[in-house]
Design a protein around this ligand. Structure first.
Ligand code: IMP
Length: 429
């Protein structure tokens, strides 16, 4: 069973990029299964920091072939600019190394304009999207008016589809939002040019994927976003429009669950969230500010895609247990443990209080989640800098107790912990 699925256990930004980079060392195929360039994966190798939004982080390993599955929505302009950036930094992205499913859906300037118009019309109720056109692109896909990437193989069909699509977008922009219409001819010409560059990457991914699976090649499914942003599993409507949890990997790439032997959850040692929506352990105080950092370091808590400051708070064990259960995690990876150094005490939410009752499970409804207040277990902190620690035994005993509590709470092992942004700053147990 050669498939590993890697999943964010919180609201995205768990540090999956660097974990993918680690697992990619033992993989032949790395595939993205959901989302688009709303994601931001950061990988630091020595003094080089790579920020990838749509291309899988596995591309940084020479032996890896990357796939963007049909669960992905693709902005061609952003994809091509990422290819050019990587090429300029010496990373080869030949089409043989990167396949895009011909069933993936295209994002257009129309989707981005609708995303911006909808957010602005929602005012105080806005979702806080990344404004990358993600929601409108998935909406078009599900209502069967979307643009599949395979259209890029037939320029005439692509041109017609873009014209029809922008005409529909303009009707909404003008009539519903009072916004200016877009120039369909200009966008069609732009997409015709992208098609020439993109066509070699676009293919039916199924034969190559199934061949790799049958040969026993190690396939790593690279999750983007996180379980609590899943359109089905998160707190709707404060979610993204795709399925970042385990089921999304199966349909977003196209294989059955019997190929999967590892489902790896990734969580930060504390909590962060960008955008609106409930977050019971959020700290609007000096502790929250300290967890966030000032923004001076690339690893501080500011969005990789939007630069927005992230909301920060203590680790939420109720969220983590839920993510472990609904995804069937076989192991957990904890990132940014080093950020907790120097706190006198640390907290983990073990349950919530909701209307005077203790609840141990995650409320499904936003209105309940918004009223839930965390019940914390408090831990003694540690003062030592742990960024140079590379073995479990060398961690301060307070740090080991913190990690062991997490394992007991969710009933699965924590197999790795990161103690700094660099590739080597990882403790493997
Ligand atoms: P959208 O995916 O741009 O539609 O945004 C929907 C929600 O998901 C917003 O709260 C975003 O901030 C959040 N979101 C989307 N992608 C990411 C991500 O990669 N990390 C963290 N939050 C994300």
């Amino acid at each position: 069973m050669p498939v590993t699925i890697l999943i964010g256990a919180q609201w995205g930004d768990e540090g999956k990029g660097r974990v993918v980079d680690w697992f990619a060392q033992q993989s032949q195929v790395v595939a993205r299964y959901a989302g688009g360039d709303n994601a931001g994966h950061t990988v630091t190798i020595a003094d080089n920091t790579f920020k990838l939004h749509i291309i899988p982080s596995g591309i940084l390993h020479e032996q890896v072939t990357c796939i963007l599955g049909q669960g992905v929505v693709l902005n061609p302009k952003r994809f091509l600019s990422e290819v050019a950036d990587l090429h300029a930094r010496g990373i080869d992205i030949a089409p043989q190394r990167l396949m895009i499913s011909d069933r993936a859906h295209l994002i257009t300037p129309g989707h981005m304009a609708l995303d911006a118009a909808s957010e602005s019309a929602l005012g105080d109720d806005a979702i806080g999207t990344t404004k990358r056109g993600i929601g409108p692109a998935y909406t078009d896909k599900v209502r069967r008016r979307g643009l599949q990437a395979g259209l890029m193989h037939t320029p005439e069909d692509l041109g017609e589809a873009i014209q029809r699509h922008i005409q529909e977008v303009n009707e909404t922009l003008v009539n519903q939002y009072g916004a200016a219409p877009l120039d369909a001819d200009k966008i069609a010409a732009e997409y015709a040019e992208y098609a020439q560059q993109l066509a070699p990457y676009i293919t039916n991914i199924a034969p190559a994927l199934l061949k790799a699976l049958r040969q026993g090649q190690r396939v790593l499914c690279e999750g983007a976003q996180g379980t609590l942003l899943d359109v089905d599993m998160g707190h709707y409507p404060f979610v993204t429009s795709s399925s970042p949890s385990v089921g999304g990997a199966l349909t977003g790439i196209g294989f059955g669950p019997t190929w999967v032997d590892r489902v790896v959850g990734v969580t930060k040692a504390f909590s962060t969230r960008v955008g609106s929506g409930p977050m019971p352990t959020e700290l609007n105080d000096a502790i929250g500010d300290r967890l966030r950092g000032t923004g001076a370091n690339p690893w501080d808590e500011y969005g990789t895609t939007t630069g927005r400051p992230r909301r920060c708070g203590w680790l939420d064990g109720v969220v983590l247990r839920y993510a472990a259960e609904v995804n069937g995690f076989t192991e957990l990876i904890l990132t940014k443990l080093d950020i907790l150094s120097g706190f006198e005490t640390l907290n983990i939410a073990v349950a919530y209080e909701l209307d005077g009752q203790r609840v141990d499970y995650l409320p499904a409804r936003v209105s309940d989640m918004e009223r839930a207040t965390p019940i914390y277990k408090t831990f003694t902190g540690w003062t030592d800098d742990i960024t140079h620690v590379r073995t479990w035994e060398a961690l301060p005993s307070a740090a080991r107790q913190y990690v062991e509590f997490i394992e007991d709470m969710i009933g699965i092992p924590v197999t790795m912990m990161s103690v700094g942004p660099e590739r080597s700053q990882m403790i493997v147990r």
